[in-house]
Design a protein around this ligand. Structure first.
Ligand code: GDP
Ligand code: MG
Length: 687
């Protein structure tokens, strides 16, 4: 490396198969200096981070930890921007992920492709490598999971493999942090020399000739020339030169199936390369262990009961006594101690009652209502991250797949849907783990039908008021109705708005691994972070708005009776809409509106509007206003109508489409209104 290169900020693109350890290496390289977002136009996670390194005596020390002050004036402290590309198996444009990766490398021209390869799965991983190598960008291979390879009783002759492929290979173990330092050094060297090595796979002479010609005519990398020969739709629509069409026609007339030809050649090359390089040194302990565990866990008769058992246990811990205890703790800390501390201080400082009300009854109780669930959400994420990292989650998708395919869904949608029973927000966020874009969208549209935990208080108060002897069956019927309507909607969506093939289930089952504490916590936090941010932004704002609307009249004066408030007026305008459903009173309408902020707010709004300050008071008020039929119809509406604002905003982020989000909201409201009107109208015939 020359002196002049020191000041340059390099851009490295991290590419590899799913589960090859990309995230682990990314975190190892960037420490805490990264940002997460979405790729433009699609809901695929985009992660970018900075890897800091110091060049010292010809050795690069990369540095993930924050010693800002130490290095502030250190001239030799350089940056590498690491772009984490989505996990993919090939560069054919079969999915949004593959297109993103290809387009990124072609258009953004990173200084280096850092190709991460799972050493324990060499052959499958190298397929992508052969394609990446043809992108004509400097490249280096990080051969990951070397520790696992060893305990699998195998070894790879790195020199031999390197010679065969023609690309520098650095053995690493990302989760143990081994070899990462040398990897960075080697990567910097490769990037600095702009080395583009020869291509590993060569084809029949006349095809090589065609590839070379297209490459020149179209001025594209070798891989794109190959894809043009394969009649790749996206690239073929961009052909610049008429002569290219002739070459495609001529070459294709000599080969039956171009795509298969190239794939076969690649695989043949990989098999021989891997065969020569991999040696067995002993028994494969990991495979044996996986086989033993799977004999029980994936047993045809036991798989589903075990899965239900595990899920039940997780829900029991998260939403049962333990999780509730944690939440109660936060509830007491935040909603009791903190709230009374603030109102005490406000009183001492003579703050106006308006501001006190806004802060204490608006912001603190509004945001607090959600912060309360934070420990439970973290707990749920911790379990799910553990199941994911250990390799179990991949199996549940496999277990459910047969059933789900019949519904036009893939088995992978199953887990996020289950999570929807807890809270839609983390469920919606967990959809990111699905690889296929259509699956992601479809699952996102179904999650709101799963009855979330925040609706429980509404069910509880209404069943106590009107179905005191049948609370269990009424609640159960609501959950069940949610699932049925979710499945029906899924069938409708998959035949209309989200038409498309269910992708073949190519998921191969990863071996069971004991996840490291560090990576599990990291994954947990990765998921939970957004939730914390949302509580401080969207929910804060919603709480303020609802409180203001509840306390101000149209001329912006404080009201003593919320009937005269803005929200009271709105309620009376909207109420007639619900007359066919049997609950056309303005209080019900208003509670449904504030339920949009958070579903629990339906109950608290009713308490305020009916002027009661205890549960028993509300129970007796409700039993006078509602009949069992109109109450059930109301509950059906609460079950089905739009999820809360946090869920809708999560939905919008993940769907990455205002149109589709709007569609989802309308669909939910429509389904809610129709179902509850049906319940009330048909019910009225019998009562
Ligand atoms: P990604 O899908 O490519 O982002 O892969 P992850 O980074 O999520 O890693 C998948 C799994 O492999 C996780 O459970 C990691 O803890 C594990 N893993 C990653 N690197 C290594 C490694 O070097 N050795 C071992 N034994 N496991 C690893
Ligand atoms: Mg990952």
């Amino acid at each position: 490396m020359t002196k002049t290169d020191l000041g340059k900020e390099y851009v490295f693109a991290l590419a590899g198969n799913p589960n090859s350890g990309k995230t682990t290496l990314f975190n190892e390289l960037t420490g805490s200096h990264y940002q997460v977002g979405n790729w433009a136009g699609v809901t695929v996670e985009r992660k970018e981070g900075i890897c800091k390194y110091v060049f010292h005596n010809h050795i690069t020390h990369f540095d993930t930890h924050e010693h800002e002050s130490e290095h502030k004036h250190d001239e030799s402290h350089n940056h590498i921007r690491i772009v984490d590309l989505p996990g993919i198996y090939s560069l054919s444009p079969n999915s949004a992920e593959e297109v993103i990766t290809r387009d990124y490398i072609i258009k953004e021209k990173p200084d280096l492709i850092l190709n991460i390869v799972d050493a324990t799965n060499l052959e499958r991983n190298l397929y992508l490598t052969t394609q990446l190598a043809e992108m004509e960008t400097p490249m280096i291979i990080a051969l990951n999971m070397m520790d696992a390879l060893e305990s699998n009783g195998a070894a790879i002759d790195i020199e031999a493999l390197e010679k065969k492929i023609g690309i520098k290979i650095m053995p690493i173990s990302a989760s143990k942090g081994r070899g990462v330092q040398d990897l960075v050094t080697a990567a910097l060297e490769t990037a600095a020399h702009h080395e583009v090595k020869c291509y590993p796979v060569s084809y029949k002479p006349h095809i090589e000739k065609a590839v070379r010609e297209i490459k020149e005519l179209e001025n594209v990398p070798r891989l794109c020339a190959i894809k043009i020969l394969e009649n790749d739709e996206r690239l073929s629509s961009n052909i610049q030169n008429e002569k290219t069409y002739d070459i495609i026609k001529n070459t294709n007339s000599l080969v039956t199936d171009m795509e298969t030809y190239f794939a076969d050649e690649r695989y043949r090359f990989i098999r021989s390369a891997a065969h020569d390089a991999v040696t067995k040194t002993g028994p494969n302990k990991q495979a044996e262990r996986t086989k033993k565990i799977d004999a029980v866990v994936n047993h045809p008769a036991l798989a589903i009961p075990i899965f239900i058992g595990i899920m039940f246990l997780i829900f029991q811990i998260t939403f049962g006594a333990f999780g509730t205890m944690l939440s109660d703790l936060v509830d007491t800390l935040f909603n009791v101690h903190f709230a009374s501390l603030v109102s005490g201080c406000f009183e001492r400082w003579n703050v106006s009652s308006f501001l006190t009300g806004l802060v204490v009854d608006g912001i603190i109780s509004g945001v607090g209502g959600v912060v309360t669930f934070f420990p439970q959400i973290m707990l749920l994420f911790l379990f799910l991250s553990f199941l994911e990292d250990s390799g179990y989650m991949a199996r549940t998708a496999f277990i459910m797949d047969k059933l789900f395919v019949k519904l036009g869904l893939s088995g992978k949608s199953f887990v996020p849907m289950i999570m929807g029973f807890g809270c839609s927000v983390p469920a919606i966020m967990s959809v990111r783990t699905l690889e296929n874009e259509r699956d992601r969208k479809l699952t996102l549209l179904l999650i709101p039908f799963m009855s979330c935990g925040a609706k429980m208080p509404v069910y509880a108060i209404f069943t106590a008021a009107l179905f005191p002897n049948h609370a269990g069956i009424v609640t159960f019927s609501l959950y069940f109705l949610g699932i049925i309507l979710g499945i029906l909607s899924g069938i409708i969506f998959s035949k209309t708005v989200l038409k498309g093939d269910i992708p073949p289930f190519v998921l191969e089952l990863p071996p069971y691994r004991m996840p490291t504490l560090k990576s599990t916590f990291h994954h947990m936090w990765d998921k939970a972070k957004d939730f914390a941010v949302r509580a401080g932004t969207v929910l804060l704002l919603a709480s303020i708005i609802i409180w203001l609307l509840q306390n101000l009249d149209l001329s912006l004066h404080m009201v003593s009776d919320s009937r005269d408030s803005i929200i009271g007026h709105i309620g009376r305008i909207i109420a007639p809409v619900f007359t066919p459903c049997g609950f056309g009173n303005w209080q019900a309408a208003v509670s449904l509106i504030s339920g949009f902020a958070a579903k629990e707010a339906v109950v608290s709004t009713m308490s305020i509007l009916y002027g009661v300050n205890s549960t028993t008071g509300l129970v007796s008020s409700l039993s006078q206003v509602f009949t069992p039929l109109s109450a059930y119809s109301f509950l059906v509406f609460v079950l089905l109508y739009v999820p809360c604002v946090a869920a809708v905003s999560a939905l919008k982020t993940e769907l990455n489409s205002k149109k589709l989000t709007f569609f989802s909201v309308c669909w939910q409201i429509g389904a809610a209104w129709i179902m509850s009107a049906l319940v009330y109208q048909i019910g009225s015939l019998f009562v």
